[in-house]
Design a protein around this ligand. Sequence first.
Ligand SMILES: O=P(O)(O)OP(=O)(O)OP(=O)(O)OC[C@H]1O[C@@H](n2cnc3c(O)ncnc32)[C@H](O)[C@@H]1O
Ligand SMILES: [Mg+2]
Length: 201
Amino acid sequence: MKTVIIATKNKGKAKEFESLFHPKGYQVLTLLDLDPSIDVEETGTTFEENAILKAEAIANEFGRFVVADDSGLIVDALDGRPGIYSARYAGEEKNDAANTAKVLEELEGIPDAQRTARFYCALALASPNQQTITVSGSVDGIIAKVPSGENGFGYDPVFYVQEKGKMMAEMDSGEKNAISHRAKALKALEEKLDQFIEGEE
Ligand SMILES: O=P(O)(O)OP(=O)(O)OP(=O)(O)OC[C@H]1O[C@@H](n2cnc3c(O)ncnc32)[C@H](O)[C@@H]1O
Ligand SMILES: [Mg+2]
């Protein structure tokens, strides 16, 4: 079986990449499998820059091609926050519930019409031998007032997707993968992946 390395330590992302890559015939390995002690500093100012930093560092570490994901929640009423700081919004411990609570608190008193947001995902594909490629995807939503749903991760329990009439965390993985920012970015990457892998051989 073909293997793809994803430069992530986020369990929620890892699960989604598995369900997205398995049907394409790839086994997924993440830093959680390979070496959880590796930590790449996310010093970029955009999702793309951070995805490139992670992908290139891990590609150089393992000497082969790697995909990295940098993603987050962009809330219009918060001037785009938490944005690239989504993982650590409420502190270094990267607590999903605390991050979500902080966003809800900051949006207190803001009516539904002004609670518009989107998830954004930048993917970088890097290798020691080739020029790095980036792609992106996004999905629009509204920040709910009360969390609901057990599925997914991160801000999914407060991200209401109007076209589906439910919260992201109320969708099963198939439903989320049909509309998510990550799935859209991966679709864009898919078109370039085969050619990139040929360049490796
Ligand atoms: O850097 P890696 O190791 O990949 O893991 P991370 O959790 O630090 O990942 P990011 O730096 O890309 O930060 C992304 C954060 O944005 C949020 N996020 C991204 N995608 C999401 C999704 O599909 N559903 C809910 N929240 C999401 C969530 O809080 C993530 O922790
Ligand atoms: Mg991170």
